[in-house]
Design a protein. Structure first.
Length: 298
C-alpha cells in the first residue's frame, strides 16, 4: 500500500473520531472527551499536512532542488508536534483551573461508552499503521503512528478513568466524581508532553543534518572498515546524515602506492561493492565514494 493511501486512512480515521469526540464531549459536558476530540480534529489537519507534504516531496524538481526536498519532512513533523505540544499545555492549564473551581459534572455512564468505542477504534488504526511502518521508512507514517499511539493512550486513560468514576458514583464518595474528569485531563496532558518533545528534538537533528541513529552509523562504519582492510587503504573518512527518507553517505578512502585498487575501473567496482553491501539499509541513499592520495581532499 502506498504512503498516500496509508496517510489517507489516517486522515479519515482522525476525522471520524474528531466528530464523535467533540459532539459527545459537548453533550455530556466532559472536558476529557472534548480534549480527545480536539486532539483528533487537530490530527486531521496535521495528517492532511503530512499528505500534502509527502506528495510535494515526491514531485521531481531537480532544477530548483538538486539535492531533493526531503528536508520538508522533518520541518512538517516539527510543526505538527509543536501544535500538539501547545494543545497539551492548554489542556493542562484548563484542567488545573477546573480542579480548583469545584470540578466538572459528567455522566460517567455515557462517558464510559464513548471511551470503550474510542479505545478500540484507535487501537485498530494504531495496529494498521504499526504494520505499515514495518515495511516503510517514511517519517510521515512513523509520525502518524506515534500520533495514533498518543490517541490510543489518551482513550485508554479515559476508559480507566471513567470506569473508576462509574464505580465511585455508586459509593459514598460520589461527590468526588466531578473531579475525575479534570484530573484525567491533567494526568494525560502531563504524560503526553514527552512524545511531542522527543519528536521535535529528533526532527530538529534532521533539519540540522546531524548524524543518524548510532546503530546505523556503526553498521556503515563496519562496512567501510571491511573495505579499507580488504584493499589495504591507508585510512578512510566517513560522514553520514539523515534527512527524512534520504540518507547521505560520503566515504573518502586515502590510498598509497601499496593499496590494491589504483585505477578508475577498480574504484568503480569498489563503489558497486559498497552499494550492494548497503542494500539492507532501506532509506533512499545518496552515496558518494571518493579516492585520493592526499588526505586534505578527504
Amino acid at each position: 500500500m502506498s504512503e498516500k493511501r496509508v496517510l489517507m486512512i489516517s486522515v479519515y480515521g482522525a476525522l471520524l473520531f474528531a466528530v464523535i469526540g467533540v459532539v459527545w464531549g459537548l453533550i455530556i459536558n466532559s472536558q476529557m472527551i472534548l480534549f480527545d476530540g480536539a486532539y483528533s480534529f487537530i490530527s486531521v489537519v496535521l495528517s492532511l499536512m503530512s499528505l500534502l507534504g509527502a506528495a510535494y516531496i515526491k514531485k521531481q524538481d531537480e532544477e530548483r532542488f538538486p539535492f531533493g526536498k526531503e528536508v520538508l519532512e522533518p520541518i512538517i513533523i516539527i510543526v505538527k508536534y509543536s501544535i500538539i505540544l501547545v494543545l497539551c499545555i492548554v489542556a493542562l492549564a484548563s484542567s488545573g483551573y477546573d480542579l480548583f473551581t469545584g470540578g466538572r459534572a459528567v455522566d460517567p455512564g455515557y462517558a464510559l461508552v464513548y471511551s470503550i468505542l474510542s479505545t478500540v477504534g484507535c487501537a485498530v488504526v494504531l495496529y494498521f499503521l504499526s504494520q505499515k511502518k514495518k515495511t516503510s521508512q517514511s517519517g510521515f507514517i512513523e509520525a502518524e503512528q506515534k500520533q495514533w499511539l498518543m490517541d490510543t493512550l489518551l482513550s485508554g486513560a479515559v476508559l480507566v478513568g471513567f470506569l473508576g468514576a462509574t464505580i465511585v458514583s455508586y459509593t459514598q464518595y460520589a461527590a468526588y466524581v466531578a473531579y475525575i474528569d479534570p484530573l484525567m485531563v491533567l494526568l494525560v496532558s502531563l504524560y503526553c508532553l514527552k512524545l511531542p518533545y522527543v519528536m521535535i528534538r529528533d526532527n530538529i537533528r534532521e533539519v540540522l543534518e546531524m548524524s543518524p541513529a548510532q546503530p546505523l552509523q556503526i553498521h556503515i562504519l563496519k562496512l567501510v572498515e571491511e573495505t579499507e582492510t580488504k584493499y589495504r587503504f591507508v585510512e578512510s573518512v566517513t560522514r553520514t546524515s539523515k534527512v527524512g527518507e534520504k540518507l547521505y553517505i560520503e566515504i573518502d578512502f586515502i590510498l598509497d602506492p601499496s593499496s590494491k585498487a589504483q585505477t578508475v575501473r577498480e574504484h568503480d567496482e569498489i563503489r558497486e561493492e559498497i552499494n550492494l553491501k548497503m542494500k539492507d539499509i532501506h532509506y533512499t541513499k545518496w552515496l558518494t565514494v571518493s579516492f585520493t592520495q592526499d588526505r586534505k581532499w578527504a
